[in-house]
Design a protein around this ligand. Structure first.
Ligand code: SAH
Ligand code: SF4
Length: 348
């Protein structure tokens, strides 16, 4: 039975450690029933850090003059995707700042075709390249992209407006999600948790948004201030941010059984085992960074990004140990298609 918005807001305000542990255990039981004790991997390639947007929270915003901007050459992006494919990751994510230009759209088409040439249909390519025109999403879909991640950031348009300049539109972002769905993508969205001014009711509303917009994949992470941004001096209680991030994963799994939910990297900043805690609260996807290490330090959405010195090989060994430590296993070679997407498209 679906929980009401008020029920969800109550679950997201629990203080008592035993009550929170019960919430996580219930969510874990749902996950294990739906997907088994299995974690899907996506390799994350941070293909460039130039961005035309100016989100008040993000280190890559265009007004941050302290960032050295980079764009990884096409052949190197393809090589990193190939690395993930050869190690039997079922999926790769290409992420960058938001650039809306024909030149960039064509570059992505070429990269997608090159990846499809070795990956075929079963290696799921996921894009996370921000808001684009529907024609651009269509061209990328036709060139081989199967999935798209575009976080709504918050389902509350009024709160969204406090986090972005006036020319950034919540409605356009929602309409992009709808266009992606029409085009047959597996659609991912998500929010930041613990934003200044955000209430438990807003978070409950976020879970309602995922349900209403029929989102297949959900990525949520605590907000962490970045010093070179307008929200850089916001004081956050890091223990609370971690608690809220984990409770949001659990409440989302309890309400929406069959979605893919990521154990996001930002949780690892707040606790060394933050991602494992998220897996134990109902998450079923991890996105280890497979970007060449020379680029990693220039892609900082928030501060204290982990694993800056690590190579992709080392990250992989670390992930395997972490997953094994909680008694789960990695779904090697599987694209990890969200069960919700399979269900909503069955028979079509
Ligand atoms: N430019 C694309 C993809 C890269 S940003 C886009 O915006 O969709 C990916 C995500 O990083 C954003 O959606 C946002 O939720 C998250 N992010 C940015 N700054 C952050 C911060 N300071 N703390 C936590 N998450 C942040
Ligand atoms: Fe650009 Fe995405 Fe950061 Fe906004 S969140 S400034 S769109 S990289």
């Amino acid at each position: 039975m679906a929980l009401s918005r008020a029920d969800l807001a109550r679950l997201l305000s629990l203080e008592d450690p035993e009550a929170r542990a019960a919430l996580h255990a219930a969510a874990l039981a749902v996950k294990r029933r739906v997907t088994g004790p299995v974690v899907s991997l996506r390799g994350l390639v941070e293909i460039g850090n130039a961005c035309a947007k100016d989100c008040y929270y993000c280190g890559l915003r265009r007004s941050n003059g302290a960032v050295r901007r980079y764009r990884i050459p096409e052949e190197d992006v393809v090589r990193m995707a190939r690395w993930a494919f050869d190690r039997r990751f079922g999926s790769v994510v290409l992420q960058s700042g938001e650039i809306e230009s024909d030149e960039n759209a064509e570059r992505i088409v070429r990269i997608l075709r090159a990846i499809r040439a070795f990956g075929g249909e079963d290696f799921a390519v996921v894009l996370s390249l921000g808001e684009q025109r529907e024609e651009v999403y269509r061209a990328w879909r036709e060139a081989g992209a199967a999935r798209y991640l575009l976080r709504i950031e918050t389902s509350n348009p009024a709160l969204y407006r406090t986090l972005h300049p006036a020319d950034h539109s919540w409605e356009r972002r929602r309409d992009c999600l709808r266009a992606l769905r029409r085009l047959g993508y597996q659609v991912g969205s998500g929010v930041m948790v613990g934003l200044p001014g955000q209430t438990a009711d807003d978070l409950a509303g976020d879970i309602g948004f995922f349900a209403e917009e029929d989102i297949d994949m959900i990525g949520m992470g605590p907000f962490l201030p970045h010093g070179q941004t307008p929200l850089g001096s916001v004081a956050v209680d890091r223990a609370r941010q971690l608690r809220l991030g984990l409770d949001m994963v659990a409440a989302t799994r309890l309400q929406l059984h069959d979605r893919n939910i990521a154990a996001t990297t930002v949780l690892q900043v707040l606790a060394p085992d933050g991602r494992e805690q998220a897996l134990l609260a109902g998450a079923n996807v991890m996105m280890p960074n497979v970007t060449d290490n020379v680029f990693r330090r220039d892609y900082r959405l928030y501060e204290d990004k982990p694993c800056l010195e690590d190579t992709s090989d080392r990250c992989l060994g670390c992930i395997e140990r972490r997953v094994a430590s909680i008694g789960e296993r990695i779904a090697w070679g599987s694209p990890g298609t969200p069960p919700h997407y399979l269900r909503r498209t069955a028979g079509s």
